[in-house]
Ligand binder design. Sequence first.
Ligand SMILES: [Zn+2]
Length: 353
Amino acid sequence: MMDGLSVSANARLTYPYALPPVPGVPAQVVAGVQWLRLPLPVSLGTINVWLLADGAGTTLVDTGIYDEQTEALWRTLLDGALRDTPLTRIIATHLHPDHVGMAGWLSRHSACRLWMTRLEYLHCRLQAGDSNRPAPEESLAFYQRAGWDTQALERYRKRFGGFGRMLSSLPDSYRRIQNGEQLDIGGYGWEVVVGAGHSPEHACLFDPQRKLLISGDQVLPRISSNVSVHPTEPDADPMSEWLDSLAMLRRRVPDDVLVLPSHNKPFLGLHTRIEQLQVDTYSALTRLRQGLEQPRRVVDLFALLFNAPVRNDASSRLTLAPGEALACLNYLLRRGDISVSLDGHGVAWYQRA
Ligand SMILES: [Zn+2]
């Protein structure tokens, strides 16, 4: 994720909890739902995970990243706050390591199963499998096409396979969850609402009775979720999936829910936030269309597309920013608004049609 296309003011969102809980210490949001913040080693700061009362035990939604600090916090929690209400099930919203990183470790320590959508589970295992491989030629050609120089390509080559290092190996079997399915958690029905664009089959959980939406990274209050094209599927159009998912969420989930997002604080104003995200995305696409009067490469487009400068860390510069720029470009290509041609060095140049 990155603070990319989104600039809208958040004046119309309401945050009922002024002070977030201390990382590692669960705090009640409503009866039977606890908010746990876990630290992250990247600029996002923390991730929110959710502890749902489930009979004599606890269902955990998302897990935090797999590192020493998070593992130590979980050891303390399992022996302390969760000693009398042990984990009985882990649900992961999607495959990113801040969400599912500790799932394998926790499922083995608590002898409970991982519940996840099929594409998220399979993609996660696939990406984890890259850990001990060299960077494939297809990926290097993909970033060369985007305009990276040899130095950047070399850095990418060195960093390749980092995904698996933020992840404790997933359990070898899982319980599939599906769009529209009702999960009974502690006597409350949670509907699985699947979106796409940020990840392939992202699960949100909606409890209509208590008016709660666990939104994962599908709707965040202050930043826009990264929507990226990846080297494995260079012609993908995740921006269309993202926009379709926002419209679907607005139809399926009413405005008066308390949104429990993965980053920042719980908020009221779901439909307002969805509209802000839609407006920001369409305005970025318009800027891009207008900015392509002259042919430009992917790496020439960051200042035009992103309202904040791209962070100067390797993952933002190397993969997140070009991935998101390509998501916008592929959206326009599919619609015939722009065209692309390759030069003699294998670099793609985009121009308004
Ligand atoms: Zn994510």
